[in-house]
Write a protein that binds this ligand. Structure first.
Ligand code: DOR
Length: 430
């Protein structure tokens, strides 16, 4: 990898897990080598007025490779990630074939090595994500996989989930669950409530998510497994997680930008850009998700970046695939909705997007406190930059952006990956 030797990021405000302070940061040969006042180097990056943060870490990215390369590749998803300030992403296993064995894990990691982001992958809990037979988690763990999930679907069978937890505990890995009870959600396409009734669309009750959260809290208590809850979308789920944590359980959970930004009312024109699983919920749920992020009962902000082809998203709402883009917009949405909305500070948001997800995924080179000796995975953010989201300029191969026209605050200017400048002045470098 080409690292630019001797770069100094000058005049920025460093925000990391140790707090906030103003200092220059010198990068050389992939590492931070000095942090302090009045530092110099061959190349100067002017960060006056900017935040210097550990690179963001996404626990939930659908990179679509192998199998759906027309909608995203690992390379294009990594470019979108780098533009969004991410230095590491966790790929989801609902590819074709599924990432459920060592051979596919190896393929994804090999493709990731060439990209502008540090691509980690999850592995499936069950063979083919079909919920019937445990996948060979040990052979995937031996390649470094630390998180297992059937994302796109939840493991329905209670006994199989118990076995998966026991197996995962033995391996020292984490299970991440997409919480959705199929018997309540099959055939549905949005949140069940006033809007689904008005639109005449079959709705999924909040309880479809909450019942699986309850079950997995119970099974985690029984087995001692490490469990992470993928996007929590309801006020009830947030309360269940908070209650379990209050009892001392070491579970973790994430929230997606769309679940603190959009509501089910967005579906009013039957535009499938707003179709997503778990579905957009009510304003009361949005408020509860924000509050849960603020107090830390939801630990991390994860994008659930889910690219889809335009022709698929143009299908009737009930037939279109669920999912929306997120990598290039998550930080600005979080600053706008959570910081400007008064729920969190910039430091709290950045913690929920860097150090906390890095810890959940065991990514030791990311989300670190910016001191000499650590890997130079960081981003420079202009927090004053206001911009209007459009769907034309992105690096993703897909355009299913539900935020078009929305004015947001906060723009990533530079991203450094192991010392290499992969985004400079808002432009991806390769
Ligand atoms: O909306 C979603 N889209 N939710 C999921 O769980 C899967 C994802 C996808 O892969 O498109």
């Amino acid at each position: 990898m080409n690292s630019h030797p001797d770069t100094v990021i000058k005049g920025g405000r460093i925000i990391d897990a140790s707090g906030e302070h103003s200092a220059d940061v010198v990068i050389s040969e992939g590492h931070i080598v000095a942090v302090g006042p009045n530092l110099d180097a061959k190349r100067v990056i002017d960060a006056a007025g900017c935040i210097v943060s550990p690179g963001l870490v996404d626990l939930h990215a659908h990179l679509r490779q192998p199998g759906k390369e027309e909608t995203e590749t690992i390379a294009s998803g990594a470019r979108a990630a780098a533009l969004g300030g991410y230095t590491a992403v966790l790929a989801m296993p609902n590819t074709t074939p599924a990432i459920d064995c060592a051979a596919v894990v190896r393929e994804v990691l090999d493709l990731g090595r060439e990209s502008v982001c540090d691509v980690h992958t999850s592995g499936a809990i069950t063979v083919g994500r079909s919920g019937e037979q445990l996948a060979p988690m040990a052979e995937m763990a031996a390649l470094g996989v630390r998180i297992f999930t059937d994302d796109g679907t939840g493991v329905q069978d209670d006994r199989l989930m118990r076995r998966a937890m026991e197996y995962a505990s033995g391996l020292g890995v984490t299970l991440a669950q997409h919480c959705e009870v199929n018997s309540l959600s099959e055939g549905t396409c949005m949140h069940e409530g006033e809007w689904s009734a008005r639109l005449g669309l079959p709705g999924q009750p909040s309880e479809s998510e909450e019942l699986m959260v309850m079950r997995d809290i119970a099974l985690a208590r029984m087995t001692g497994a490490k469990i992470h809850f993928q996007p929590m979308s309801t006020s009830g789920s947030a309360a269940l997680i908070a209650a379990a944590k209050a009892k001392g359980m070491t579970i973790t959970a994430e929230a997606a930008p769309h679940h603190f930004t959009l509501t089910d009312a967005c579906c009013e024109n039957y535009d499938a850009t707003f179709k997503v699983h778990p579905p957009l919920r009510t304003q009361a749920d949005v408020d509860a998700i924000k509050a849960a992020l603020a107090v830390g009962s939801l630990d991390a902000i994860a994008t659930d970046h889910a690219p889809h082809a335009a022709e698929d998203k143009e299908l009737p709402f009930d037939q279109a695939p669920p999912g929306m883009l997120g990598l290039e917009y998550a930080l600005a949405l979080a600053f706008t909705e959570l910081v400007d909305g008064g729920a969190m500070t910039e430091a709290e948001v950045l913690g929920a997007m860097s150090s906390k997800p890095a810890a959940i995924a065991g990514m030791q080179n990311h989300g670190q406190i910016l001191v000499p000796g650590v890997s130079a995975n960081l981003c420079v953010i202009d927090p004053t930059h206001r911009w209007r989201i459009d769907a034309t300029g992105g690096a993703s191969l897909s355009r299913n952006v539900p935020y078009v026209g929305r004015e947001v605050r906060g723009k990533v200017r530079h991203t450094f990956l192991f010392g290499e400048s992969v985004v400079h002045d808002g432009e991806v470098q390769r």
